[in-house]
Each structure stands twice: as C-alpha cells, then as structure tokens.
Write a protein that binds this ligand. Sequence first.
Ligand code: FUB
Length: 344
Amino acid sequence: MPEDSIQHIDFEDLNRRAISRPLVSHIYTADPSAHVFNGKIYIYPSHDVDAGEAFDDLGSHFAMEDYHVISMDSITSEAVDNGVALHVNDVPWAERQMWAPDAHEKNGKYYLFFPAKDYEGIFRIGVATSDFPVGPFIPQSEPIKDSFSIDPAVFKDADGSYYMYFGGLWGGQLQRWREGKFNAAEPESPVAHLPADNEPALCAKVAKLTDDLLQFAEEPRDLIILDENGEPLLAGDNDRRFFEASWMHYYQGKYYFSYSTGDTHFVCYATADNPYGPFTYQGRILNPVVGWTSHHSICEVEGKWYLFYHDSSLSKGVTHLRSIKVAELKHDAEGKIQTIEPYG
Ligand code: FUB
C-alpha cells in the first residue's frame, strides 16, 4: 500500500481483517525466504531496524545490519528466533545494508546468499556457509565475482543444478548495470538510468552456480517476461513488469518465477518450461500489503503450498519496520495461482 494512503488506515480494523499474524513480533523481519530442510521449516528474512536514516526513494532507511534465521517445526508451530546468524561487521567486503537474503543446502552444508553494499556503495552478493541451517554462517572474504544488485533467490532444479535469480530497481541499482558495468554517472536518483516507458522493461537476472555454490558458473542472463502476445513487457507496464524480490518454484512440470512490481506493490508471476525462460506473464499472487515493499517466497510444506510474505501492520505502517507472515497458496486445476487478498 503506497506510503501516502497509510495515514488513513484504521489499524485495529485492518488487523482484525488480516488473513495472518506476524510470525514473530519481538523483532521486525521482512523478505522471508522459506525452505524445508530435514523436515523442518527455516525462514531466512531481513532483520529490520530503525537506524535513524532519512527516508528516500533509494531505500537508505533500510539500513539492516544482521540476519536472524527463524525456524518452525511445522506450519502451525511457534516460530523460533535462532539469534544472530551473520553480522555485517563480520563480512570483510560489506559495509552496510544487509538486504533480502536466501539460503540453500547441499551435501549437508548450508549456504546463506545475501546482498550488501561494499565500501564503494555498490550492491554485491555474498555467500556465507555453515554446518547448520540456523548458522552461525562464515562469510567468504569476497563477494561472488562479478555479482551486482540485490535480492538473491537460489533454486535447486531436479537435475541437481542450482540457479540464482536476482536484481532490483531503484535502490537495488539494477538500472545502473545496463551497459555491463556500474554506471557511476550522477544523478543517483532512483529513476535515472531507467529505460523509457515504451522500451522493454529491465529484467531480473539468472545464473547457474558453480558446484561449490560460491560463484556464478556463467554470465548472468536476462530473465525475459513476455506478455499475452509474446512481446517482452515494457518498462512503462508498472503493474506487471519486474521490480525486485525474485523467487522460483516448480509445480507440475512448470517453472514459476514470481516477483514484486515495486512501485505498484503487487507480487506477480510468470511461467516457463525451463529455468531460464522466456517466461510468460500469468497474473497476481498477492495484492498490496501495508508498507511500500512487498517481498515473498513460495514453499511446499507437507503437500500444501504456502506464501511467506511481509507487511508493516505491526509497526502501524512504518515501511522499513516489517513483519513476516504466512498464508496458504493455491494452484487451481490449470496451475493458475489464486490471488491472495491480505486483509480478507
Ligand atoms: O529489505 C530491503 C529491500 O526491500 C529488499 O531487498 C527488497 O526486496 C524490499 O523488500
């Protein structure tokens, strides 16, 4: 829900209508990436804090410093905070802004993938490893070579390959990498360097990972989303084009790429028959939540599918103080996802 409409919200009424409650309320959490490892649910969220930074459209007020892993024995059990799993002070290359992370498992080892700004103010994506799903995680000394932008989501395909999906506009800097290297030219405005409305939209990126999950095995490719006529979505198609918050899930023979439309506040999805695409736009998964951002993951737990998402209802609309939630997600007989209305 856009910032300027929040002042009119009756939060008591909204919380009554909300389809789910915050999973934890002793800290603020956002951007939940959920997985089942060894029969247990692990959620890798951002840990929101109020660091006193001024609000701007580059997201400087999202000044997070560490990650906590949240675990649940089952979808209805209590969500447990397992404490600090990684702190920015322990990451040699990272200076600030520990944004939306993800994690995965391979051969009994756990990998935390996270974006942060380096000492030049450029978002990079790092990897940290642990013998335990809840950490503590030990970071690599350098970010992934040639990584950029934000919101890594790692998907394991049926053949054992792992792919990273990533990217984000405005504060996520994706628009500054259009020429293959960081465009440092001023102004550092969120809308500078974007394509014109009638040009193809900027794409999320996808790259296969190396066997040790520590590097890109190939140069990241554009994840193209086509409209109903087989044409790439345009940059001005703000209700449908990619903005940030990549996620991938596989359901009945199809790859489902889901993402946030950012300034129009929807979580949407597109499908393909392979992990690279091209994908075809299908529809909305989640209508706008309270707060500017919307960011989710989709995870199967004991045969049912769930949408993990966040909103700012607990903080009464403070956009950088969010809480993770979960709701059941349903695919219909044709595989279409039913749109979720967060407040009933
Ligand atoms: O949490 C910081 C940023 O807000 C994430 O990286 C974006 O996806 C948005 O949720």
